[in-house]
Write a protein that binds this ligand. Structure first.
Ligand code: GLV
Ligand code: MN
Ligand code: MN
Ligand code: MN
Length: 414
């Protein structure tokens, strides 16, 4: 077995450099699909890939593929990667550890003199976060065929810009029909990511082996009532859309608690009030709701019960409600052979680990539809993520990359 040296100083430096491409000031990171900042971050990443001596290509939506060519490049490849987009006011490690860490794993293998039999490919997914078009995992959804071009073309962002205009602004004009990958493209796909929960830290373990990813869903409720003068319209005469929204939000919490389990979580993370003026009765409200569970059937039962409760509230208050379903995805299971490969690499290196379920979704949720897939988690401080104070230590990042490199090496030789 060849000795592998992870250059953790270079990797930490690159994570810092990448974090500087942000639309909000440090320590926060905001990087949204196809913006100028996103373009600059991509250019930075492509320079790092070229410097490492790997070739790259980009598809019609901007998923980036960097290749460490194997002795038999026609064999299905071994893939690794994650995302570099960041929700507003996020931190520097979500996604980027799997991208720059994946690149470092490939560089370390190359430095050790290793050449795989199968090519190893770094995949930088487009827009894992739902920031721009409201749907998460845009890149992997399209790569896996779960989202078809004709559906994506209907998307509009919050400024009503169409998917294709936004894509063109990002510099991508190619054929959307060519984005979907064949299920023969990857022999295996392994994603390295921060845990985003405190379990590993609490257990004092450096590695989590992900055996399943929970089922996410999200939807919008468009509520329409009647606006009016805040001083002139008497209380019995009102159809206040925000009051209905408030009651619905609390009832979502109740439905999750009453009909779900500790594994069921519901969040009203988005509220838009119209006209949003202090002396005007809200006439329209848009609520954005995220609902998840490790079991899709239970999630869907909770969904039905909360929608029924929301309808009852609207009926009582004279409000019109429209449901816009954004996504309702099934959970995914990791491939047992890949789980074993990760575990045996930890054992070889004397690294303790535990198996775990990912409650956050990841691009691996969709990659699992077209390839055997698994994930490696490393701890992050206090489990904090999607916040500027998100932190993963160099030691944990190094361990994660070392395990990933061993896994890629093993799979590259199969
Ligand atoms: C990913 O960011 C998620 O919301 O799970
Ligand atoms: Mn995230
Ligand atoms: Mn992520
Ligand atoms: Mn995410």
């Amino acid at each position: 077995m060849t000795e592998m040296n992870i250059d953790i100083d270079a990797l930490m430096h690159e994570l810092e450099e990448l974090a500087a491409f942000s639309d909000t000031p440090p320590p926060s990171v905001t990087r949204v699909l196809w913006t100028e900042t996103d373009q600059k971050a991509r250019a930075y990443l492509k320079r790092r890939i070229e410097e490492a001596g790997f070739s790259w290509r980009e598809d019609a939506i901007g998923n980036i593929f960097a290749t460490f060519e194997g002795k038999n490049p026609r064999l299905p490849k071994v893939g690794t990667g994650s995302h570099i987009d960041a929700i507003p006011h996020a931190g520097k490690y979500d996604g980027t550890v799997g991208v720059l860490g994946g690149l470092e794993a490939m560089r370390a293998l190359k430095r050790s003199g290793f050449q795989p039999r199968r090519s190893i490919e770094l995949l930088v997914f487009n827009a894992e976060e739902p920031t721009r078009f409201g749907v998460g995992c845009l890149g992997s959804r399209m790569l896996s065929g779960a989202l078809k071009p004709e559906e994506a073309l209907k998307f509009r962002d919050q400024d009503h810009m169409s998917f294709d205009d936004a894509r063109a602004q990002g510099g991508f004009l190619g054929d959307l029909g060519k984005v979907q990958l064949s299920d023969q493209h990857y022999f295996a796909f392994v994603e390295l990511h921060i845990e985003q929960m405190p379990n590993l830290e609490k257990a004092g373990l450096p590695i989590g082996v992900v055996t399943a990813i929970a089922a996410p869903s999200s939807f919008k409720l468009h509520l329409t009532g009647q606006g009016g003068h805040a001083g002139a319209v008497l209380m019995p005469d009102r159809k206040d859309a925000f009051l209905a929204a408030s009651e619905i939000a609390l009832c979502i919490e109740q439905a999750v608690k009453d009909h779900g389990t500790i594994d069921t979580v519901g969040t009203v993370g988005l509220v838009q009030v119209h006209p949003n003026a202090i002396n005007s009765i809200p006439s329209k409200v848009e609520l954005g709701v995220d609902l998840r569970d490790i079991e899709a059937t239970r999630r869907d039962r909770v969904l039905q019960s909360l929608l029924q409760a929301a309808e009852d509230i609207c009926l009582k208050r004279g409000i019109r409600m429209e449901l816009e379903m954004l996504n309702q995805d099934p959970p995914s299971k990791s491939d047992p052979m890949l789980v074993k490969t990760i575990q045996s690499n930890c054992e070889k290196l004397g690294i303790p680990y535990q198996n775990m379920v990912s409650r956050a979704y990841h691009d691996s949720l969709f990659m699992a539809r077209i390839a055997p897939t698994a994930m490696i988690f490393i701890p992050c401080k206090d489990g904090i993520s999607h916040r500027p104070d998100e932190y993963a230590s160099p030691e944990h990042i190094r361990t994660g990359v070392e395990v990933l490199a061993g896994v890629l090496r093993d799979l590259g030789e199969v």
